[in-house]
Design a protein around this ligand. Sequence first.
Ligand code: FPP
Length: 232
Amino acid sequence: MDGNGRWATQRNKYRTSGHKAGVESVRKTIRQSSKLGIKWLTLFAFSSENWSRPQKEVSMLMELFTRALKKEVPELHENGVRLNFIGDLSRFSDGLQKRMNKVAALTHNNDKMVLTIAVNYGGRWDILQAAKKMVQALDDDNVSSKEINEDLFSRYLSMNEAPNPDLLIRTGGEMRISNFLLWQMAYSELYFTSTLWPDFDEESLNQAIESYHQRERRFGKTPKQVKENKQC
Ligand code: FPP
């Protein structure tokens, strides 16, 4: 969700008002995703690198996040959305950690859509924490390292229950992954748009999905093989 700061600067406003406007785009995106039948939506709200922003901006983001959780959760819960949080949550205040855990527990059995919010998240952090957990588990169960394969390893990643993402959307014009779901995105389709996040709306999401539908996902196979598979 990139471009909040630039959106605000273009309007001679403080960067923080761009983040506030960004919450409305979050709302629109969740509603439209639900309408489109998207089962898994993951939002990168705060990266491990974002702590290095000015203290005022970081505090404001924490406040905004806390407020949004309070305000939006009842409607999300009513609409069958399950909320998950991924990232190193231990760096957040006790209050915010408690709130995230409470929301995750409250919505745990909802099955219309899984909304994952990545906070203090980094793809490299995720891979490292998975490696540490896996080594510990192998050690505890006396299992040989010969048993390690992709399937076993991915069980220790943050999004272990989720399918790998079909589509990554990045707003704000930058064309990079910025340490998002590095392992999980090996075969994801990438969609970059110059639209700034606060301007991202239902139509923008529709366009991204439309672009996704034009792609041919081959997973290393030839176009002919893909065609034959589709016919089966
Ligand atoms: C990146 O834009 C955006 C962020 C670091 C914060 C994203 C937060 C929100 C959209 C609001 C809260 C989220 C939830 C889930 C309630 P930027 O500041 O890097 O923009 P710039 O590149 O134009 O400076």
